[in-house]
Design a protein around this ligand. Structure first.
Ligand code: NAD
Ligand code: UDX
Length: 459
């Protein structure tokens, strides 16, 4: 099976970077990324690469190399489907907000829409690749829709979950730990393998049956999130006992069976994947009546929620049990550094908690737009949109955010925060000047020497 044209449906955080790298490494294949969102496509076509809709270190160079050569961004969904030999489905699969499974199950309406559109438009054989994260056995639904076109067209469905992390997407795509392909048809699997083997060593391309591949994606995220919740639970115990969570993480991480990665205590994990995929895993386990399994994984989310509210409570308690009318500077709003993505960011929930106590918040984040910050808060619907704008301001730099603040909280571990002139910040803040380091980013000793009252998670 010779693949000459690839189409990817969904030009988001996964579709955009993933297809850019596939096109970069396979110059002989035409790659078209389509989306219903015309603004997003226009942004992917921006001449000024600093305006791409996704901020990822190194992405601009990859797009510059491939765009217009064999990489195209378009709103012509049907045309691109019609022409393609292989179609990646990379649309969003958020947690359902209505009906059965509300708040837990994955909403598959966008996936089903894609399958129906492919069924309607196709006139030739195609390989369909599930790139989105989906519940185990979704391929059966897609296949069922495609098998009922009555046109006698052959479709093969493969599962090919994406493991990139935001902020390091290009490095992860260039050098993946593994590529996972689930499928039934050996030729279809081989056709997809060949695309990756343009740059990934063959031994890192794993193939499994469809269901193992689909499930592995949810399980990988559940294990990663579980490590963060595990260390975060220990951070609270460290604070109560005088142990230091970084020292504990280092000591246990040296055991090669445990390993040192993903043991950084924080204000809580965020991002579009961990919570959504854990909830989905819990929902699936319950739907098979596996309640002990569901309860086990649900606890990972509960600890994460606890960590976020514990941080907010710590701020309130330390500032003499009231933040009413006090200004608190937030450095960082993104869910981690090196991304402009704010989905499920801990900052949103900490801010919401403090706003309930009538605090004033001033936010600075180097990559997140002001409208996005308000949208994130408005979405929670805890108070009116006007109240959010009255209580929270967005600033263009850290010094303006800190000016006149009673307290300052680090919500995202942006490297540039380490380089700030902390002596200057001390002079513009109210005294005592409190710092709450939710990322264990700063040099606490130095800040204490400068006269700050410094609190970090797990110390
Ligand atoms: P996203 O919201 O950034 O992008 C999805 C895009 O799909 C949107 O631009 C939307 O307009 C478009 N879309 C939806 N339905 C469409 C349709 N019928 N036709 C055309 N376009 C359509 O989402 P994302 O972060 O890129 O995630 C996509 C999938 O990848 C999800 O299933 C997610 O779980 C998974 N995933 C995400 C990450 C990550 O780090 N963000 C990592 C691995 C896997
Ligand atoms: C995650 C998975 O890592 C990736 O493989 C999958 O494809 C998508 O979901 P992502 O959410 O982009 O990627 O970022 P990740 O680096 O996993 O961080 C998730 C959250 O956990 C962030 O808020 C991060 O700050 C937090 N985290 C991570 C910690 O608090 N401590 C850690 O040790 C690691």
């Amino acid at each position: 099976m010779e693949i000459k044209k690839i189409t990817c449906i969904g030009a988001g955080y996964v579709g955009g970077p993933t297809m850019s790298v596939i096109a970069q490494k396979n110059p002989h294949i035409q790659v078209t990324v389509v989306d219903l969102n015309a603004q997003r496509i226009a942004d992917w076509n921006q001449e000024d690469l600093s305006l791409l809709p996704v901020y990822e270190p190194g992405l601009d160079a990859v797009v510059a190399e491939a765009r217009g050569r064999n990489l195209f961004f378009s709103t012509e969904v049907e045309k691109a489907i019609h022409e393609a030999d292989m179609i990646f489905i990379s649309v969003n699969t958020p947690t359902k907000t209505y009906g059965k499974g509300k708040g837990q199950a994955a909403d598959l309406k966008f996936i089903e829409l894609c399958a129906r559109q492919i069924a309607d438009v196709s006139e030739s054989a195609k390989i369909i690749v599930e790139k989105s994260t989906i519940p185990v056995r979704t391929a059966a639904t897609i296949k069922n829709i495609l098998d009922h076109t009555g046109k006698g067209i052959q479709f093969h469905v493969l599962s090919n979950p994406e493991f990139l992390a935001e902020g390091t997407a290009i490095a992860d795509l260039h050098n993946p730990d593994r590529i996972l392909i689930g499928g039934e048809d050996a030729d279809a699997i081989q056709a997809l393998k060949k695309i990756y083997e343009a740059w990934v060593p063959a031994e890192r391309v794993i193939s499994t049956n469809l269901w193992s591949s689909e499930l592995s994606k949810l399980v990988a995220n559940a294990f990663l999130a579980q490590r963060v919740s595990s260390i975060n639970s220990i951070s609270e115990l460290c604070e109560a006992t005088g142990a230091n969570v970084d020292e504990v993480a280092h000591a246990i991480g040296q055991d090669s069976r445990i390993g040192s990665k993903f043991l950084k205590a924080s204000v809580g994990f965020g991002g579009s994947c961990f919570q959504k995929d854990l909830l989905n895993l819990v929902y699936i386990a319950r739907s098979y009546n596996l309640h002990a399994v569901a309860d086990y994984w649900e606890q990972v989310i509960k600890i994460n929620d606890h960590q976020k509210s514990r941080f907010a409570e710590k701020i309130i308690q330390t500032m003499y049990n009231t933040v009413n009318g006090k200004k608190i500077a937030f450095l960082g709003w993104a869910f981690k550094k090196n991304t402009n993505d704010t989905r499920e960011s801990a900052a949103i929930y900490v801010a919401d908690h403090l706003l309930e106590e009538q605090a004033n918040i001033a936010v600075f984040d180097p990559k997140v737009r002001e409208e996005q910050i308000y949208e994130d808060l408005d979405y929670l619907a805890t108070r009116s949109n006007d109240e959010n704008r009255a209580l929270l301001q967005v600033q263009d730099d850290a010094y303006a955010a800190a000016d006149g603040a009673h307290g300052l909280a680090i919500l995202t571990e942006w490297d540039e925060f380490k380089e700030l002139d902390w002596a200057k910040i001390k002079t513009v803040m109210k005294k005592p000047a409190f710092i709450f380091d939710g990322r264990k980013l700063l040099d606490g000793k130095k800040l204490q020497e400068l006269g700050f009252v410094y609190y970090a998670i797990g110390e």
